[in-house]
Design a protein around this ligand. Structure first.
Ligand SMILES: [Zn+2]
Length: 69
């Protein structure tokens, strides 16, 4: 059987492995507050806009500032 007792966590921003229990990663799903900010910045910058849509989409759900200090 495959030796994969649990799915490995991976930071969606920098794709680094995040070994250990989730409790050790307070910035989940990101590996660090830095990656969290990077992801937030991407959304704010709309760099993740779907290709093909000619116009910028409205802001959408206003999550506002998620700046956990
Ligand atoms: Zn990361």
């Amino acid at each position: 059987m495959p030796d994969a007792p649990r799915p490995g966590l991976k930071c969606p921003v920098c794709h680094s492995d995040m070994p250990g229990p989730a409790a050790e990663w307070p910035s989940l799903p990101f590996c660090s507050p830095r990656c969290k900010v990077i992801d937030l910045g991407r959304w704010l910058g709309e760099k993740y806009r779907l290709p093909g849509s000619g116009k910028p989409e409205p802001a959408g759900p206003d999550h506002g500032e998620e700046q956990g200090s």
